[in-house]
Write a protein that binds this ligand. Structure first.
Ligand code: DGP
Length: 114
């Protein structure tokens, strides 16, 4: 399959507002923010959906969550709270087929998130 839009961001082929990066993942602001803070945490190794992640990669999923938690803490958002979301496939509202964790916060979040 051809490169995902997020692989293009990782490769610096298209611009993004990157807030964190290490050898495992990259985090950048969502281009269509659904909250005052809306950052995507994306593993550099691509899996199309959560369904494709083998159980041997449990650590990768934990790493994504902890990176999002750490970022929320670093910007002073953790005490007030935030939401983490990973959409899967059509009914989950997934539009980019390269797994990513949404971090949403900065204001009270009411209702759902799609
Ligand atoms: P999801 O619906 O869970 O697949 O979320 C995909 C998100 O990715 C969506 O909120 C919009 C965001 N997005 C899509 N393309 C780009 C892009 O090129 N740059 C940035 N920064 N965000 C993007």
């Amino acid at each position: 399959m051809s490169g995902s839009i997020f692989e293009k961001i990782i490769q610096r082929e298209i611009p993004a507002d990157i807030v964190f990066e290490d050898e495992t993942l990259i985090a950048f602001r969502d281009r269509s923010p659904q909250a005052p803070v809306h950052v995507l945490f994306v593993p550099k190794h691509r899996y199309d959906t959560l369904n494709d992640v083998p159980s041997t990669e449990a650590e990768l999923l934990g790493t994504l969550m902890l990176a999002a938690r750490n970022y929320a803490q670093s910007i002073g958002m953790a005490e007030d709270g935030y939401r983490l979301v990973m959409n899967c496939n059509r009914n989950g509202g997934q539009t980019v087929y390269h797994i990513h964790l949404h971090l949403l916060g900065g204001a009270p979040l009411t209702g759902g998130f799609a």
